[in-house]
Design a protein around this ligand. Sequence first.
Ligand code: GTP
Length: 928
Amino acid sequence: MAVRVHELAREFGVPSKVVLSTLKDMGEYVKSASSTVEAPVVRRLNDEHGDKLREMGAKKGGAKKAAPKKDAPASTPAPAESAAPSAPPQQESVATESVASESNAPAAPKPGPAAPKPGPAAPKPGPAAPKPGPAAPKPPEADAPASNAPAPGPRPGGPKPGGPRPGPRSGNARPGNNPFSSKQGMQQDRPPRPPAGRGQGQGQGDGAGAPRPGGMPRPNPAMMPKRSAVGGPDARQGGRPGGRPGGGRPGAGNRPGGGGGGAPRPGGGGGFSGPPGRGRGPGGRGGTQGAFGRAGGPPRRGRKSKRAKRQEFDQMQAPAIGGVRVRKGNGETVRVARGASLTDFAEKIGVDAASLVQVLFHLGEMVTATQSVNDETLQILGEELNYNVEVVSPEDEDRELLESFSLEFGEDEGNDADMAPRPPVVTVMGHVDHGKTKLLDALRNANVVAKEAGGITQSIGAYQVTTEVDDTERPITFIDTPGHEAFTAMRARGAQATDIAVLVVAADDGVMPQTVEALNHAQAAGVPIVVAVNKVDKPDADPSKARGQLTEYGLVPEEYGGDTMFVDVSAKSGTGLEQLLEAIVLTADASLDLRANPDQNAEGLAIEAHLDRGRGPVATVIVQRGTLRVGDTIVAGSAFGRVRALLDEFGDSIEEAPPSRPALVLGLTAVPGAGDNFMAVDDDRIARQIAEKREARERNAALAKRSGRRTLEDLMREVEKGETTELLLILKGDSSGSVEALEDSLSQIDVGDEVDLRVIDRGVGAITEANVNLATASNAVIVGYNVRAQGKATEMADREGVQIKYYSVIYQAIEEIEAALKGMLKPIYEEHQLGQAEIREIFRSSKIGNIAGCMVVGGTIRRNAKARLLRDGNVVADNLDLSSLRREKDDVSEVREGFECGLVLRNYGDIKIGDIVESFELREKPRD
Ligand SMILES: Nc1nc2c(ncn2[C@@H]2O[C@H](COP(=O)(O)OP(=O)(O)OP(=O)(O)O)[C@@H](O)[C@H]2O)c(=O)[nH]1
């Protein structure tokens, strides 16, 4: 990645001290000629001073230093000619351009910024004459590469064929000369290697004509017969002994000394060819010669331990990608959990995670070893390493886990004859304040009153009501958490509890943004919708407006010839409720086949769960198939236990819960999450094992997430650079549903890319010391939703300066957090003009510099404001300060139009009569 100063100096053909001083001028502190310079600095050096340095080099000792480069083509003309007739002229141009291309080379591997900056010569295929410098010393070998000349290799030092990123991502569209391509850098299917052996094929055809430099260490015979190829073996060799420490990691086509190959080495190794006769140091990372080993010379013939030899052999087997050696697979399938980190993947394929980080870096992606990476990245990495990566979703994983116990979730047992009808499960959604809660209450109460006078329902998260349709009692299950947040959160977990959605639209308000959101969610889930036009009791109610509006979203009322049932209701006065229930039943009958096998082990979903002081973990489940009975052993997410009691929405004990029946379950060992599936199993042990495995998996996932968290130092660095600001939150709530709903809503807050919000932990129950601990460590804010801090947590939070915010209304929490995020945005300043003064006279003072005698020609000149100097309408100096502003002999803070004044621009003396001094202020602009 980095190159040493003296190597840079050699490259430019100037003494090291020239490079040193140039670097110093650039503000880079570099100690000595052997200090290393990082890739971005090399790039800057090249960009800003490259030409100058090369010129100097050419003048000074051009013949001496630059000679190898310029001479090289001359020393290899024969091969080039024989290889490709067009080569000679091209070689010349390559030779002359090589410097230019080199100048970009160091930047090449840097994926982001470098990508869009294709080196001028980069795309030019110049296979025959890559970095000729090192080639010169070994002309006899030149013929070998010559035979490779036509190979489409990247031009040396031109390793930026559009940047690495697009390459791998675009699959086949990878540029042909992409040194990172699996077809190039790592290919295994290379043609047999000509006996000429060493010195040929600098990775990838690029090195043709550029034999291995004399000093290329250790032409280890062991590596010779293996892997054939144009560039193949050399690519490997390049990475091994030829590599340079750190920056070395030369690899396929990257051997710097060997002609720069594709020069994908970040930091410039590829661009700055090593001195002829000098190996580029011992192997890249992991090279057996020690990353900081000898700087060249003849190979040492010292004894090697068996282990070292073994390692070396392994290294030889390992192809290199952009200079990184990673053992490649043979197309094996590797299963990786979704969101796995490189460490996880590395473990699976038995390589070092750090090398995968590097490979990805070369592929244009910057991730840490423990950071979770997306599916696409895993696939790309797999492709590059010749593995067939199968990303396994948590659902798949869970399915497999259950399969390992010969269990299956989600399928009814038996055949058609075993199926019995089940009631529909309904979720009520709609815009805020349109009356969802009131409607749910009204439905519940109306039904209760009708049935058993005095029965008071408890909120267990769901309830069942009955209605009579065609003389039959038809039960309907309502999920009592209104709003689509919970619905979506569950869907995100692959759980779908809802059969039908009731979309509540207030007749006086019509369709609103969340109405549309809700209907989109329902439609996306393929859930039929019944529209409840609510608040029809209101004088300004206009039920037909909602009908008309919803038609535009594909919900056409039956009365308009569509197939969506619209019912006018008033949750307040109770009108239309029976019709609504009927509409639900009819819609279910018309569009769904709601049947389940009641005679099997129960399966379903946990829709709510919390920790009850007296009763321990309690969960509301909705049975989807089978029948849940007291005494059953169940596993729900990572909780398990034997059902101690089942309660219905009246708080009454029930013995069993058939399909679609919501029930409160007591007896679990832990609180499951909303949306977790549950199933009854025959054996306690199985339940425990499944729960434990799930818990371990969750823990690992959480750990991976946490370790991927940026450290405070990272954060500070980023803030300093003005890159991102992040707000970390820990959410605690009274139930898993509310926590999930809150998290889901928070994730939808959008304040642009500058600021990030991340929930690093969440849970049900009081805020504990452990929460405060985590918040302290990660500088997070704790949000308590309907919960309080427990024990010493408050004290500890005060001591540690951890902020705890309490809320009992979700929207308030969201609003405040959104405001906080906006507060974290850097202020936007806008310029505000104050006035202009014309310089009429200049007084020179040896003490305070040039004093401008001015006339304020417009507005006001203010001392504490900023100033700029205009000459003939052009800005000649900006962002200046006034060190003094005087009227007559008095210091003043401002001078208005029409008055004369004397002013001094701080640290700026280049003023002329007739110049205009403009005074302006930067005012903070409130964000919308
Ligand atoms: N006049 C009238 N007012 C109603 C009706 N239904 C609900 N309201 C009122 O509308 C307001 C909002 O009702 P909620 O049930 O809280 O609405 P919501 O959709 O659940 O609101 P959020 O929970 O905030 O999303 C309350 O003041 C209700 O009393 C109705 O049918 N007629």
